[in-house]
Design a protein around this ligand. Structure first.
Ligand code: ARG
Length: 388
């Protein structure tokens, strides 16, 4: 409880600092007094709408692994703390998907549901079990290989245990939503099958190589992370899906390229007739660059907003300078801020970052509440990005 007040105080003082010295200091003192009283009487406190909105932005600003933080002030915050029924929750999530896509001019947004009850050990009021609101299934085939996204394999199996019958199994089968309300797992909701206009995807083709499109690659428009906990001034919001827009390399140098994800580089190399027998032909390097060109080209063709690693890392450098000049030094995780291709050609490569993780207001990983969850348990006490 003492701890909660310390975190609340750290958050309120960041908010005061942001609003500037001219703001009346009595106002902040009074607010802290009322928080203290509330914590003493009820064990917790609740955020005003302004605090919720600023808190979500500050949590983004404090996210060490995010390269897109330059825009942290431009975040649309939806206050859904009062929603309780499955229908209302699903509606709010559908709104988030449509609002953030914004006909391709993607907007950053967060939808915040009820906070955790910090005074009793009751289950979280609402949890989304999906990693992202739009994501592709992974199915194990008889020969042991995986159709679709290997990252979704365990979650796909869970969905099938909960009664999901995939309409068809292909490399890009969208997953239904699985949520828990007060610890009760609800029936999977195949939203993207029932409302296909919410599933906005980009078919990937290459600007010069005609044969590239025979691979049938595509990716979804908007990454909406839905399994992290948003912490504001010590209050946990275990259900607070948020999105930005993609940086091309996330798709072209990781999702479609990693050996333990879609692993398309060997097929791409074939299309470009590269010598895959010899690593020193640098076929992987050449194929990965062509794939990244294709991703950027295709999103641009469809007018779906996407950043490239050259522009975004430069923007980020500018953001660090601005913040430091206004006495808000920033923290960061070098291994995530450096793009997975052409690292040395971007300014983040030669920058140093303070790896401290701001605790009071941030986004954290949290353990999945799924029974029989096969994913590795959170490395408690070790990883500063997990809440214990
Ligand atoms: N890397 C994740 C993915 O490829 C998305 C993480 C958030 N990315 C973002 N641009 N906001 O799906």
């Amino acid at each position: 409880m003492q701890d909660l007040y310390i975190q609340a105080e750290a958050f309120i003082s960041s908010m005061q600092q942001f609003e500037g010295n001219q703001s009346n200091s009595d106002k902040w003192k009074q607010r802290l007094d009322s928080i203290k009283k509330s914590i003493e009487e009820t064990g917790t406190y609740s955020h005003t709408l302004e605090e919720l909105s600023f808190g979500a932005k500050l949590a983004w600003r404090n996210s060490n692994r995010c390269i897109g933080r330059h825009f942290w002030r431009q975040l649309d915050v939806f206050d859904c703390r009062a929603l309780k029924t499955k229908e209302a929750i699903m509606d709010a999530l559908e709104n988030h998907v449509a609002f953030s896509f914004n006909k391709g001019a993607i907007k950053s947004a967060v939808t915040i549901f009820a906070p955790k009850n910090q005074t009793s050990k009751t289950p979280d009021p609402i949890r989304i079990l999906n990693h992202q609101l739009i994501r592709y299934a992974g199915f194990k085939k008889e020969d042991g290989t995986i159709l679709g996204d290997p990252h979704s394999l365990h979650f796909t199996q869970e969905l099938e245990k909960h009664g999901w019958v995939p309409p068809n199994k292909n490399a890009f089968t969208p997953l239904p939503w699985l949520i828990q309300i007060n610890g009760e797992t609800q029936e999977p909701y195949p939203v993207l099958e029932e409302k296909p206009h919410l599933l906005t995807e980009v078919q990937i083709e290459h600007p010069e190589n005609e044969a590239f499109k025979t691979l049938g690659l595509k990716w979804y428009s908007t990454p909406i992370l839905s399994d992290m906990v948003l912490m504001i001034g010590g209050i946990h919001y275990p259900c607070a899906p948020f999105n930005g827009w993609y940086m091309g390399t996330e798709i072209g140098a990781r999702n479609l390229a990693d050996e333990d994800r879609y692993n398309y580089l060997p097929q791409i190399a074939k299309i470009f007739q590269l010598d895959t027998k010899n690593n020193r032909s640098l076929w992987r390097d050449r194929a990965i660059i062509e794939l990244n060109r294709a991703v950027l080209y295709s999103f641009d063709r469809d007018k779906v907003k996407i950043g490239d690693h050259h522009a975004i890392t430069r923007q980020f450098e500018k953001f660090c300078e601005n913040e430091t000049n206004s006495k808000c030094p920033i923290t960061g995780d070098w291994s995530w801020l450096v793009p997975p291709i052409s690292a040395s050609q971007t300014p983040t490569f030669s920058q140093e970052f303070d790896p401290t993780v701001v605790q009071h207001t941030n986004f954290f990983y949290q353990a999945s509440p799924l029974e029989g969850n096969n994913q590795a348990p959170a490395p408690k006490g070790k990883c500063p990005y997990h809440i214990s």
